[in-house]
Design a protein around this ligand. Structure first.
Ligand SMILES: C[S@@+](CC[C@H](N)C(=O)[O-])C[C@H]1O[C@@H](n2cnc3c(N)ncnc32)[C@H](O)[C@@H]1O
Length: 485
């Protein structure tokens, strides 16, 4: 392992009393804990355990979480491509346990990439309510969006915004918010050696300043009675208890709250906060605090505007202007208010093409508001405020592309389908040759007389699409996701 920076050891020596200190430093002699979390949107725990080829030990604080052996490579298994699980370090699973999102709620993951917490939240929402997953960095938002796609999450909005701009659009809107803050990453030293090289005392100070800006912005987006969870993967008190203490001083409407999984962890240096120490549990270093905003919970659809913020009108059609923004960034955007408003409305012809596709290849027509972004058709979550000027990376469930005279299904459509929702499928053996051919983007042999689209499945779970053409199944697994070699 890369040697620990001496100033870091000094800081930890000052923080931890002697027997604790030795145990902490000794933990760096062991490898990082590795884990994964199964996807309750796709299968139950029993079916997951029955189908997985890896040795799995339950994680005590997360019902979907399991430890895996360091030797196993679950990222290279087709079940990963089918979104049956997310590879996640076990301590990180504690954050959504503290958040405890419930089906039907509106939840914001403010710092969401690559999507560990966001996928866990989507699983808990069970397809009901709304998850807004936001990530400030453009490259990281792409990975977040792909991970939520593979997870089969339908009720999502993925944005690429600063917390400041988001706070202007969603005042008092969310039932629960998680701020998994950018931090100095001290808790990840065993897992990511580059975090050691990246670390400095200046970084701790820089991160603390950013965290101090983000937390109050998150607070503005939480409705009265709502829950805010703040977490980091670092030990530095100024990024953890220090942030919470300063925030609570300035925001008297909040107070700390315990949560059911807390007894698995060590109390933090501030009441009701929790620390996850690598020498005290099987996991990496984390900090979690759960806060509740005072007041009665207002019903959905009646967000209360913060002072100085314009009220959000839910009567407006959602995302219309956002679509204009997305298109105009590519130089194709219309000019003028009237034309903007027409831009995501779905013309009857497009609707008919989509419905014809559903009748032929699915067993249902996805409902909810439909919107067209360029030629991309989305089913949007209900109750979104207008998002003019907000950068949207995924505007709901991506259903497909409307081409002249035809509809082409999206990868996201397949990945979010349940077994009873498609008509035709092509099952490939997870251990056979066709699975690799499919994931590499190659065509598969089709029987004579085959036409149209099929959902490719592995173990009965959707992996993507193929379309019959000239005795072949033409491969529609997205180019950017294809396996190499
Ligand atoms: C700890 S990571 C989030 C991990 C994620 N929640 C997960 O579970 O996969 C923190 C994220 O905050 C983002 N970030 C960095 N600076 C930020 C800022 N000023 N405001 C909001 N997010 C920021 C980073 O790009 C990073 O993706």
């Amino acid at each position: 392992m890369t040697p620990l920076p001496p100033p870091f050891i000094e800081r930890m020596t000052a923080l931890l009393p002697p027997p604790e200190r030795e145990a902490f430093l000794k933990s760096y002699g062991q490898g990082p804990a590795q884990g994964l979390r199964f996807n309750p949107l796709k299968l139950c725990r029993e079916d997951f355990l029955a189908s997985m080829p890896f040795r799995l030990d339950p994680v005590g604080w997360c019902p979907e979480g399991f430890y895996i052996d360091g030797e196993d490579r679950p990222g290279k298994h087709p079940f990963h491509a089918a979104g049956l699980y997310y590879i996640q370090e076990p301590s990180a699973m504690a954050v959504v346990e503290a958040l405890d999102p419930q089906p039907g709620e509106r939840v914001l993951d403010l710092c969401a990439a690559p999507g560990g917490k966001a996928t866990q939240i989507a699983g808990r929402l069970k397809g009901r309510g709304l998850l807004v997953a936001n990530e400030i960095h453009p490259k990281r938002v792409k990975v977040l969006s792909e991970n939520l796609e593979r997870w089969g999450a339908r009720n999502i909005l993925v944005t690429q915004e600063s917390p400041d701009r988001l706070a202007g659009r969603f005042p008092s809107y969310f039932d629960r918010i998680v701020v998994d803050a950018p931090c100095s990453g001290e808790g990840m030293f065993r897992k990511l050696p580059e975090a050691i090289e990246d670390w400095s005392e200046e970084k701790v100070i820089r991160c603390a300043a950013i965290q101090g800006e983000i937390l109050p912005l998150a607070a503005r987006m939480l409705r009265p009675g709502g829950v805010l969870v703040y977490s980091t993967c670092t030990f530095a008190p100024e990024e953890n208890e220090g942030q919470i203490e300063a925030f609570l001083r300035e925001h008297r409407e909040f107070e700390g709250e315990s949560f059911p999984a807390a007894p698995h962890f060590t109390p933090g240096y501030l009441g009701k906060t929790a620390r996850l120490w690598p020498h005290r549990l099987r996991g990496e270093g984390h900090f979690v605090a759960r806060l509740r905003k005072s007041g009665e919970r207002a019903p959905h659809g009646l967000p209360e505007a913060d002072a100085g913020e314009p009220a959000v009108s839910l009567a407006d059609k959602p995302l219309r202007v956002a679509a204009w923004r997305m298109q105009s960034r590519h130089g194709k955007g219309p000019r003028g208010k009237g034309r903007r408003q027409d831009k995501t409305a779905v013309p009857q012809e497009a609707r008919t093409l989509f419905e014809d596709f559903c009748r032929e290849f699915l067993r249902f027509v996805p409902d909810g508001p439909l919107a067209l972004f360029g030629d991309a058709l989305y089913a949007q979550p209900e109750g979104l405020p207008p998002l003019d000027g907000i950068k949207v990376a995924r505007a709901g469930w991506h259903l497909g592309t409307v081409k002249p005279g035809r509809f082409e299904p999206a990868h996201a459509l397949a990945l979010a389908l349940a077994k009873e929702e498609w008509q035709r499928s092509l099952e490939v053996d997870p251990d056979g040759g066709d699975i690799l051919r499919y994931l590499r983007g190659e065509s598969l042999t089709a029987g004579s007389g085959e036409t149209g689209w099929k959902v490719v499945t592995v173990g009965g779970f959707p992996l993507g699409w193929v379309k019959a053409a000239g005795g072949q199944w033409k491969n529609h697994y997205p180019k950017g996701l294809r396996w190499l070699g």
